[in-house]
Design a protein around this ligand. Sequence first.
Ligand SMILES: Nc1ncnc2c1ncn2[C@@H]1O[C@H](COP(=O)(O)OP(=O)(O)OP(=O)(O)O)[C@@H](O)[C@H]1O
Length: 410
Amino acid sequence: MSTPTTFRELRLDGVGRSFGGQDALQGLDLTIRAGEFIALLGPSGCGKSTALNCLAGLLPLTAGSIWQDDKRVDTLPPERRGFGMVFQNYALFPHMTVRNNVAFGLQMRRLPKAEVTRRTEEAIRLVQLEEHVGKLPGQLSGGQQQRVAIARAVVLEPSLVLMDEPLSNLDAKLRLEMRTEIRRLHQSLGLTTVYVTHDQEEALSMADRLVVLRKGSVQQVGTPEELHNRPRNWHVADFMGFRNLLPATVAEVRDDHVVVAVGGLRLAATPMVPLSAGDEVVVGVRPEDLTVASGGVTGGGSPAYGSSTGSGTSTYAAEATIEARVEVVEYQGREVAVEARTPQGVRLHLRTAERLAPGDTVSLAVAPGALLAFARGDEALPSGAPVLGDASEPATSRDGVLATTGGEVS
Ligand SMILES: Nc1ncnc2c1ncn2[C@@H]1O[C@H](COP(=O)(O)OP(=O)(O)OP(=O)(O)O)[C@@H](O)[C@H]1O
């Protein structure tokens, strides 16, 4: 089956939608190139589904326009846009077999019987459901049902496929399998796909480009690598796994980094925006970029993991370190997720293969370049953000600054 993409690009121009005067989506500018896989990503209520429904034609716009090359399409009804849709609730016809569910759209188009049969069989083969063609949806697993929904959408050879959290009803293992499956179909059929999810891992692993939304506004558009390495602001960073977000003050501006005062510590950070001394910022680092310094564990806690003197995993042992006391340890297979607190009251999240136990004291180092500094803005940090002691009074001298900029953030 070939799915000819019938446009070069689809352009959203200042697209907005409000409900009773409240903006659910505002000023969405986005150009989707044919063949791209775009993920709309963001927390619940940020406007992802609104954006998708505007694209689909299920919601009229209250601002802006949508263009397929030179043709305006936001004024067309859904059925004339030629887009395929796959939703979280796959809404298959329960009394129809898999074959008939997939064939239904083609029959509605009154295509010749032989063509309906040929295209239906091909779509079923693509989603690997040949053995199940005669079954009713109720006789299939959730993943198989979702495959039927995908076959039903792609059999119509849509110019654009819209997917709204299609995997959220599936268990963790199936979700992983279907991710690969959807990506494979996207590639092999040459589809153009817009995929809504709140799962950053899903978005990063599947999409060519991500659009991060927050409160109805675009925060950043970029490739997975760009968003992962250079989140534009701390809201995007929060979504990209920077679990440690701390309010801080810029103490000094140096050539390629800034020194920030944070919870009684002085740390070197990579500025994500131009900064001056005295600026209020948010600094962020991922749990996996906080490493336990060599020989940096002192036992003393409960034996949940067996307290350890730790052989150390850090390559930055020569640098200054942050002392913290382990409070919570969660087993996560090869690694543990740890919550620890500094004497100044800074709560930190880290991931480590060290066998830590609550009560242990650890010396932590920040991986070079991994601490990023963002403009503060006037919004509260996310709940669960580390708790601070006194951030205004650096306790350590200039010599105690953690050198974190040995490796540039690309
Ligand atoms: N029909 C509606 N009437 C009024 N408000 C609405 C309507 N649909 C959505 N909203 C509001 O618009 C905002 C964005 O909703 P939307 O469903 O697009 O978010 P979302 O990012 O898809 O969230 P989720 O992941 O929870 O589905 C929310 O504040 C929501 O309450």
